[in-house]
Design a protein around this ligand. Structure first.
Ligand code: NAD
Ligand code: TDX
Length: 358
């Protein structure tokens, strides 16, 4: 049986990964999470009585806490999700991105190196990263594992730095490290600052659906469950020192994504059954779309070539875009209590990430 330390396990993808591991393996998961605005224990409610589940409230930058975690649980694996993850927030305030994404990853790597030096065997460190490290594509081409890094935002620059640090620990110290770079995820427990959940919740409230710039920026969307299966496969079967790109081949413009959400809401919660829409006199959620000032430094297009993880490890996405979107919209409609709860801090779906000169 493996013992997997999952950093950031109370966030969006981390919590989905915890549920995926508990449902598909006999392994034990030990979560370390600082519970920032993006971390919510309610994401883990379903797992809390599982004997293979342990939660530790701590910061990955706190080396003493990380060392204690290794000592207490003797992990076979670490999967590092913990991060500041929102590009717009990295424009408003980059410092926490440097601290958690770079320094926090460094502390985890140092703790791992000492742990292995002290005699731990068959230990692996998997770092969860993003396609944003590769920068922006033009109209054609795909990101491959060998594509040069060219990050645009403080967020993607901090993730790029962490990726380099992780792989340097493999090359220099022989630590067993794997890095995965995934495209945009969506699904249950997605924090409502991000495009898809923000649009679902604003639409249901009869609020504007703010599309940045001309709305033609392209993202390659992947249902979160498919990302989790890719990470688990890379963790158990990937080759040390390798990078694996993960993506669904679902390129969509932001306008297409928002239109899809509106179509699903028009079907599942028609405007004439929504008091807020009735009060506005609007017949379709599409009537709420507005174009707003663009994100500073907005990357135009991301698209992943996932042929390496497909060919070498046999990974395949199980969910198509439409299928994943339907499941996601239904999940949000069925979990409005969760939506209320995670927004009970000081975030009210306001516009983030505009610089003074933008
Ligand atoms: P998220 O913001 O929803 O969750 C981040 C989690 O990390 C939260 O639970 C938070 O409390 C925790 N955390 C933050 N700082 C911490 C610290 N110092 N110590 C311990 N815990 C801390 O993020 P997400 O969308 O679930 O992303 C998870 C990882 O996947 C990130 O590394 C992100 O870069 C990467 N990623 C995300 C996407 C995406 O579409 N969301 C795509 C590719 C890669
Ligand atoms: O209100 C909005 N309007 C809008 O047009 C928001 C919040 C976003 N957008 C646009 C910006 C992007 O082109 O939608 C697209 C997606 O935006 P985000 O949801 O903020 O995601 P993105 O910036 O693409 O980054 C996401 O995918 C890669 C995650 O947040 C990262 O953590 C991950 O690394």
């Amino acid at each position: 049986m493996n013992t997997i330390i999952v950093t950031g396990g109370a966030g969006f993808i981390g919590s989905n990964f915890v549920h995926h591991v508990l449902a598909n393996t006999e392994d034990k998961v030990v979560i370390i999470d600082k519970l920032t605005y993006a971390g919510n224990l309610s994401n883990l409610e379903r797992a809390k009585d599982n004997p293979n589940f342990v939660f530790v409230h701590a910061d990955i930058c706190d080396r003493a806490a990380v060392d204690k975690l290794f000592k207490d649980h003797s992990p076979t694996h670490v999967v590092n999700f913990a991060a500041e993850s929102h590009v717009d927030r990295s424009i408003d305030g980059p410092r926490p991105f440097i601290e958690t994404n770079i320094v926090g990853t460094f502390e985890l790597l140092e703790a791992s190196r000492n742990y292995v030096d002290a005699g731990a065997e068959n230990f692996r460190f998997l770092h969860v990263s993003t396609d944003e490290v590769y920068g922006s594509l033009g109209d054609t081409g795909l990101f491959e594992e060998t594509t040069a890094y060219d990050p645009s935002s403080p967020y993607s620059a901090s993730k790029a730095a962490a990726d380099h640090l992780c792989l340097s620990y493999h090359h220099t110290f022989g630590l067993d490290v794997v890095v995965t770079n995934c495209s945009n995820n969506f699904g249950p427990f997605h924090f409502p600052e991000k495009l898809i959940p923000l649009m679902i919740l604003n639409a249901l409230d009869g609020k504007d659906l703010p599309i940045y710039g001309d709305g033609l920026n392209v993202r390659d969307w992947l249902y979160v469950e498919d990302h989790c299966s890719g990470i688990l496969l890379a963790l158990l079967k990937g080759k040390a020192g390798e990078k694996y790109n993960i993506g669904g081949g679902n390129e969509r413009t932001n306008i297409e994504v928002v239109d899809k959400i509106c179509e699903l809401l028009d079907q599942f919660r028609p405007a004439d059954q929504n008091e807020k829409m009735k009060a506005l006199g609007k017949a379709s959620y599409k009537d709420l779309k507005i174009f707003v000032k663009d994100r500073p430094g907005h990357d135009r297009r991301y698209a992943i070539d996932a042929s390496k993880i497909e060919g070498d490890l046999g990974w395949k996405a199980a969910f198509g875009f439409d299928q994943g979107m339907e499941a996601t919209v239904k999940w949000f409609l069925d979990n409005m209590d969760w939506c209320e709860e995670v927004q009970s801090g000081n975030y009210r779906r306001e516009r983030l990430g505009l610089t003074t000169n933008s």
